[in-house]
Design a protein around this ligand. Structure first.
Ligand code: MG
Length: 138
């Protein structure tokens, strides 16, 4: 695949062997982000909506979530609120990074009570992803 030629695997700056959940309704977005996550030495688990994401969280070990906002069935706002309010610790405090085109300042003003830890905007890059993982996973 083209991406793996552009970005050689390089995991020295990054936590490895984390299981990272990518929640996005668009297949191409899930695929590209999961490839970048794999290049950081971590494992990507994929969900196409929030309902599926919650099912995975209840059954599998996940360390970090990349969450799209607009999705059918259960969107990223509803899903993050559900995780923060309805799930038990430590799942309720899992780091959640919003996938959005919003300006960060406006985003955190508008969604301050939802419970996102961070946001990441397109175009995604291996550097941006590493930076977020390092910032949020102890
Ligand atoms: Mg979407």
């Amino acid at each position: 695949m083209q991406l793996s030629i552009i970005f050689a695997p390089d995991s020295e700056l990054c936590m490895e062997n984390l299981r990272i959940l990518v929640v996005d309704d668009i297949y191409t977005n899930r695929f590209l982000l999961s490839e970048l996550i794999r290049m950081t030495g971590n494992e990507a688990v994929l969900a196409e909506n929030g309902e599926r994401a919650i099912e995975i969280l209840k059954n599998e070990q996940i360390h970090l979530i990349f969450m799209d906002i607009e999705m059918p069935v259960m969107n990223g706002i509803e899903t993050t609120q559900y995780i923060r309010k309805e799930m038990e610790s430590p799942l309720s405090t899992i780091p959640i990074i919003a996938l959005t085109a919003h300006n960060p300042e406006i985003f955190f003003e508008d969604f301050s009570d939802v419970g996102f830890d961070e946001l990441i905007t397109k175009p995604y890059s291996i550097e941006k992803i590493k930076e977020k993982i390092i910032a949020l996973v102890p």
